[in-house]
Design a protein around this ligand. Structure first.
Ligand code: GLU
Length: 306
């Protein structure tokens, strides 16, 4: 049994990410499971080794430990390529020449919404003729690769959210810059790393049907999922830099310690009373996924810059 935390090292972790990491860690350690950290550094433009190092330092600072080496997705492109080839062996993978803008315009112009989650691909390049494909190739824009689906619905029981279901669309497997897509890499790695328990932010809830579909097609066991509500600013918007000091470094500069952050996270998860200042280790015995709050939480006052 294995849990994991899989951040994208495109910046420093903020309070919401740290809170998700704590739930992932507690979920694993409460059942004496191993806990892995994987850096989802596929985006070679935005992901940086210095961000990865800062993220690991911050995880350690709040008391999170992990087993074995941190896996870097940037070193595993060959594994995603292999999976792509397996998915394409029956002709299900096709070239897509659409830009994001093209897709938005196509969705706006369509009389009915395409199958799949919001923003789903309307299938424009699914059935191009050879001549049409030649024409698009000649125009110079390199294609992304997508997987042909039937817009079918996948259902699962989230450990916090409960029963959840959603349709899939023709998901991108490789971006048009040659980089493997997150949706493919996450499924391949959770499979290869034998992850049995996925804990992550609920912004990814709508993507989970895609992951179930890819697992089915690749013959990978589906792990259990727990999607944790995000932390919002006082305006109800998802926590962002504009809300104040949201990273451990910024907070420390403003006089808030890592222990203060752990205390806030513990209280926000209903794992500590208003007067306790527990360490993460002390929370392990209290963790019960069924008792976690299901609401989005508001960031603490200490993030406001004085
Ligand atoms: N790398 C993703 C993120 O930082 C999380 C992926 C996952 O946990 O499945 O949002």
């Amino acid at each position: 049994m294995t849990g994991r935390f899989a951040p994208s090292p495109t910046g420093e972790l903020h309070l919401g990410n740290l809170r998700t990491a704590v739930v992932a860690w507690l979920s694993a350690r409460a059942d004496q499971r191993s806990f892995l950290v994987r850096m989802e550094d596929l985006d070679i433009v935005q992901a940086k080794p210095e961000h990865a190092a800062a993220q690991l330092r911050d995880l350690a600072a709040i008391g999170i430990d992990w087993d074995g080496d941190v896996v870097l997705q940037s070193e595993r492109f060959h594994l995603y390529q292999e999976a792509l080839e397996r998915l394409g062996a029956d002709g299900s993978v096709y070239e897509c020449y659409c830009s994001r803008r093209d897709i938005r315009l196509q969705i706006e112009a369509a009389s009915s919404a395409p199958h799949g989650p919001p923003g789903s691909y309307p299938g424009t390049c699914r059935d191009l003729t050879d001549a049409e494909r030649e024409e698009r190739r000649a125009a110079g824009r390199p294609p992304a690769l997508r997987l042909r689906t039937m817009g079918e619905t996948y259902e699962f029981v989230d450990r916090l959210v409960g029963r959840s279901a959603g349709p899939v669309d023709d998901v991108v497997l490789r971006r048009n810059d040659g980089v493997p897509a997150y949706n493919l890499a996450v499924v391949v790695d959770d499979g290869l790393q034998s992850v049995t328990d996925v804990v992550r932010g609920d912004d990814l809830l709508a993507s989970t049907p895609r992951h179930l579909m890819l697992q089915r097609r690749l013959g990978i066991d589906t792990p259990s999922y727990l999607h944790i509500p995000l932390v919002n600013g006082s305006d109800g918007e998802r926590l962002a830099k504009s809300h104040g000091a949201t990273t451990l470094r910024e907070l420390r500069d403003a006089g808030t310690t890592a222990a203060d952050v752990v205390t806030w996270i513990a209280r926000s998860l209903d794992l500590a009373t208003a007067t306790e200042t527990p360490s993460l280790d002390q929370l392990v015995g209290r963790f019960d996924p069924a008792a976690l709050p299901r609401r989005a939480v508001e960031a603490p006052d200490f993030i406001r810059r004085r």
